[in-house]
Design a protein around this ligand. Structure first.
Ligand code: WT7
Length: 644
């Protein structure tokens, strides 16, 4: 094995850390492993404000878990009211910067007033506890207000990333049976208005459950409003009282559903509930981000992804953090936009993705070097494995060799970070998420569920439920069981491959299923394939991930066409657009390859493994004995050589 650099925390960092030194980490881990119910029960009492206490900590009827059974609380109350009541109302919650350069500061008191007025306005529209709302918004403070207003009322929210198309939006509204859609005219991205409302209008042609649409005026672009259905945000909150009691909700009340790609064409609605999710989001803020009262925290994710839920809204806000929210692109107007923001607001903690880091590396060191980044004390990474070269750049050029990097492994389903270093305790190894959080019994196993030896590859699993675990797939408990719990009964199957080294450090290697990771965004090959075959010219499609220098993977499609005369170049362009229309711009394939046939087994299954090998190595060396027509592979490879 190649030599790995090890970075222990500095004495200065250890001294101020929430968890100081390896012994402290080990003690926490041991306590949680030996007495999980006491461990989580005590933390839940300490960190969460309860409206009614829970009677017991944990119930487990595999694969369905309940945490803090019988308790009543409210996530919004814990994220806002709690801090105001404790005398921190004047503390800044949000430091907002819009892409055009407009800024806003929102204190916890102001946020409470905004949320309460808006929630009262929603009540007037007839929204009730237990209803579902879709949120389709740009990264502006109102997006946070919308989520927390829903949480306050016990309305289950599902945020749909603004980059999803109206088709994708429609599927999510329908699956959820949403009654309310909260959106905006649009948002700013790379100097352009990205319109959102027209996509909502298009989606709503087929969504009979939706009664109201609330539209926030962000860009002030032209918008069509449907009488009786659509309401401006400012009209909804106008004249409403700043007093709106947070509804006491069961610990297991559905807080949000977030759709993510699975191995079929249909996205899964990942359900998270209230108390367990909130507790683990709060704890990981302390353990992984080492959050302090005076931190200026910045997570660059969009609220449309789980990172935005757990590490912009529920984690930082439940701990009363001050955080930066930025609306736009990192390269607008220049490649130093993020570093300007860090310097301007004196950010102390910065959390982003390896894709973003690699894209910025390519632009050169002059961009970060032009700004004073000395306020930073801790850096984070999420979404995909970070390659050691990108890690070293992040560490040296952004962190100036002073800031630990927390490489955080988790998933939409895990709700919060499961594997990551506690930065004042665990020595870092570039590319490794290091060690599991307390209470997380992660392991690397073979197909029979036996732990594999040091440095052996295997499946990453979790042996026991944890508080922020997905509770079910919305409307499809059978799929929940099949997807995560059937392979190794009683254990949670992550879908990732990993190895543990001689120090027990986890190295996540990537997905073992047909799920792609493009720029840290999950995409299913089947979803893209189904989109492609909906195009009238396409007979068959097979989609695989191709290693990509910046985005980790890119979408590569093999397409066979129906009979006819096609201009391949024009059609290739059209199909890329088509996938953008069917799913969203971020899913647009990098490459479309046309072929007379696709490699299949005798039973007719497309051999994606061979295609993966082909796009990675330009040739196929693996076992092809089950392949029906070997010439297909030869032709696909030759075609690529012609084009190259
Ligand atoms: C998948 C989850 C977690 C929020 C963003 C993505 C990959 C995520 C890491 C990491 C290696 C990582 C895994 C995982 N992944 N973080 N630090 N190192 N791989 O959430 O869309 O649910 O995707 O992203 O493959 O299973 P997601």
């Amino acid at each position: 094995m190649s030599q790995v650099n090890v970075y222990p925390p500095s004495a200065e960092f250890v001294e101020r850390a929430n968890v100081s030194g390896m012994e402290a980490y080990k003690a926490l881990y041991k306590r949680a492993a030996e007495k999980p119910e006491e461990f989580w029960g005590e933390l839940a009492k300490e960190k969460i404000s309860w409206m009614e206490p829970f009677s017991h900590v944990f119930e487990w009827e595999p694969p369905f878990a309940k945490w803090f059974v019988g308790g009543k609380t409210n996530a919004c109350f814990n994220c806002v009211d709690r801090h105001v009541l404790a005398g921190h109302g004047e503390k800044v919650a949000l430091l907002f910067e819009g892409e055009p350069g407009d800024t806003r500061k929102v204190t916890y008191s102001e946020l409470l007033a905004d949320i309460s007025r808006f929630a009262n306005g929603l009540l007037k529209l007839g929204v009730k506890t237990g209803d579902r709302a879709i949120i389709y918004m740009p990264m502006i403070p109102e997006a946070v207000v919308a989520m927390l207003a829903c949480a306050r009322l016990g309305v289950t929210h599902s945020v749909v990333f603004g980059g999803f198309s109206s088709e994708a939006l429609k599927a999510r509204i329908q699956d959820l049976g949403a009654k309310l859609v909260i959106t905006a005219d649009g948002g700013w991205r790379r100097g352009k208005e990205i319109k959102l409302k027209p996509a909502v209008d298009e989606a709503l042609n087929d969504c009979p459950t939706v009664e109201s649409v609330v539209v926030c005026a962000r860009t002030k672009g032209s918008v069509e409003m449907v009488h009786g259905r659509d309401h401006w945000w400012h009209a909804v909150e106008a004249g409403q009282s700043e007093n709106c009691p947070a509804v006491p909700l069961d610990s297991e009340h559905p807080l949000f559903v977030l759709y993510t790609s699975g191995t079929t064409g249909k996205p899964k609605g990942i359900l998270h509930t209230t108390a367990g999710y909130l507790l683990q989001a709060a704890m990981t803020m302390e353990w992984v981000f080492d959050l302090k009262a005076d931190d200026i925290y910045w997570c660059t994710a969009d609220i449309g992804w789980v990172t935005g839920h757990s590490y912009i809204v529920y984690g930082p806000m439940s701990r009363g953090a001050t955080q930066i929210i930025y609306e736009g692109a990192p390269d607008t107007p220049g490649f130093d936009r993020w570093w300007k923001i860090v310097a301007h607001f004196k950010a102390t903690v910065f959390y982003t993705s390896p894709t973003a880091i690699r894209a910025l590396i390519r632009q050169g060191n002059q961009w970060p070097e032009a700004h004073d980044l000395s306020s930073l004390r801790l850096l984070g990474s999420v979404g995909e494995p970070i390659n050691p070269a990108a890690w070293e750049w992040y560490y040296n050029v952004i962190g100036k060799g002073r800031c630990p990097i927390v490489d955080t492994w988790w998933q939409t389903e895990t709700g919060t970070i499961l594997i990551a270093p506690m930065p004042g305790a665990v020595p870092l190894k570039p590319g490794s998420g290091t060690l599991p959080m307390p209470g997380v019994m992660a392991d690397v196993v073979d197909l029979d569920g036996n732990s594999v030896g040091a440095n052996q590859e295997g499946y990453l699993i979790v042996r026991r439920p944890w508080p922020s675990m997905v509770r079910t797939i919305w409307g499809d408990p059978q799929r929940f069981q099949d997807q995560y719990w059937s392979r190794l009964p009683g254990n949670y199957f992550t879908g990732d491959a990993a190895r543990r080294d001689e120090d027990g450090y986890f190295w996540v290697l990537g997905r073992v299923d047909d799920v792609l990771n493009v720029s840290g965004h999950r995409l299913s090959t089947m979803e893209v394939e189904s989109a492609l075959v909906r195009h009238p010219a396409v007979a068959e499609a097979a989609v695989v991930g191709k290693p990509h220098e910046i985005t980790g993977q890119s979408v590569c499609c093999f397409v066979t066409l129906k009979k006819g005369d096609f201009d391949h170049e024009a059609l290739g362009k059209e199909l890329r657009q088509w996938v953008g229309h069917e799913i969203g711009a971020f899913a647009r394939p990098e490459e479309i390859r046309f072929s007379d046939a696709l490699p299949k087994t005798r039973s007719g299954k497309i051999m994606r493994r061979l295609l993966r090998e082909l796009v990675t190595n330009n040739t196929v060396a693996g076992d092809v004995t089950t392949l029906e027509d070997l010439s297909v592979i030869t032709k696909l490879a030759a075609q690529h050589d012609d084009e190259a």
